[in-house]
Design a protein around this ligand. Structure first.
Ligand SMILES: [Fe+2]
Length: 364
């Protein structure tokens, strides 16, 4: 991140954080080759700069490039090219319909040349492009549970890794929904491979990917239920849990605990107030959120009739009933964890994975 070019007047983002073996304490922060330890007067400022870069990276990478661009926007585009009565389009529509509402405003206000990503942040346009390329490179069509396995962090307890523990459960709920739905429409791999609509969707999704910068684009064909499950589960996770876990931009700014858009270069690491965003910048981010935010239904719905009406009339209603029952179980487990650990019971309090709080599609 430190290699990305900044505009004059803005401090370079990024750096390195060193932790104790139990990951509980920071031993030093290194910014552009200079180390700051907890006894240094600059330490709080160095932590602030590092954290601000982290917030930018979370919002710019897994949130914007992945959840918005490569998952929501491209899938929504390809799904809308399918036959309106194709069962795959019917299943994904509740997860894409709100994306249509937010994409127009977000494109104008956030992603266009000269919009918020370029105008507000400290990066030069080339710095923004480097970020987009970096995160395009990291995209893979894998479920969240498979991602944890690849990284060696699957199966950890709620105490060791609260987000990973509950997010893994949510990922399996999406897998199970995909399995139940495939049992209804594509009971075998052969059925998947023979479905012309599914093959057209995968070809179209593959073709839209920026393949020069993405070494792992979605495959151009889908021959097995396992591939269809990965695509479905990943997509549902990306537009719900991943989008909201990485997207509380306004919260970060309002809490005054991250620069997000920029850290002024003239600020001193010994004086936190001198590093924080200006009032105008904070107000402007609130405007952007106000202009682009669209609410979507919750992921969990006590009565799934509004979800069921997206599906074909002959689709077995017990599929959604079982899916909602699993989400409700996850809700009770997350709430129980919060109560046991004295975490405030409010929407999106950590670990921010309650299916009642999560939205069914990307919002702002
Ligand atoms: Fe978003």
């Amino acid at each position: 991140m430190e290699a990305r070019p900044m505009r004059p007047g803005y401090r370079t983002y990024g750096g390195a954080m060193y932790l104790t073996d139990d990951l509980k304490h920071v031993t030093k922060i290194v910014l552009q080759g200079t180390a700051y330890t907890p006894s240094d007067p600059e330490f709080a400022g160095a932590l602030y700069v590092f954290r601000s870069g982290g917030v930018y990276e979370a919002v710019g990478g897994p949130h914007t490039v992945h959840a918005h661009y490569l998952d929501a926007a491209l899938v929504t585009t390809c799904i809308r090219e399918m036959d309106a009565d194709h069962p795959f389009r019917r299943l994904l529509s509740p997860f894409t319909i709100a994306s249509l509402a937010v994409t127009f405003g977000a494109n104008l206000s956030i992603a266009n040349d000269g919009a918020i990503l370029e105008r507000f942040g400290g990066f030069q346009p080339e710095g923004v492009k480097m970020m987009v390329r970096e995160w395009t490179k990291r995209w893979r069509m894998e479920s969240f549970a498979d991602q944890l396995k690849r990284k060696g962090t699957a199966g950890l307890s709620a105490e060791a890794y609260p987000y990973g523990h509950f997010a893994e459960k949510l990922s399996y709920i999406f897998d199970k929904l995909a399995d139940d739905y495939m049992d209804e429409y594509w009971p075998t791999d052969k059925d998947v491979a023979a479905d012309a609509g599914l093959q057209a969707f995968f070809k179209s999704y593959h073709d839209l990917f920026p393949k020069k910068t993405c070494p792992n684009p979605p495959p151009p064909t889908c021959a097995t239920r396992a591939t269809l499950r990965s695509m479905t589960s990943r997509f549902m996770f990306a537009v719900t849990a991943q989008h909201e876990q990485t997207g509380n931009t306004a919260d970060s700014l309002l809490a005054y605990d991250a620069g997000f858009v920029s850290v002024p270069a003239h600020g001193s690491l010994k004086d936190l107030a001198s590093l924080q965003p200006s009032k105008q910048q904070r107000v402007a981010v609130q405007y952007i959120q106000g202009l682009t935010s669209k609410h979507a239904p919750s992921l969990y719905q006590a009565d799934p009739k509004d979800f069921q009406r997206f599906l074909l009339p002959d689709c077995d209603p017990s599929i959604l009933k079982r899916y909602m029952a699993r989400l409700w179980r996850l809700h009770t487990e997350v709430s129980g964890f919060k109560v046991a650990h004295g975490i405030e019971l409010r929407p999106m309090s950590a670990p921010a994975l309650d299916p009642i709080d999560l939205k069914i599609a990307v919002t702002v």
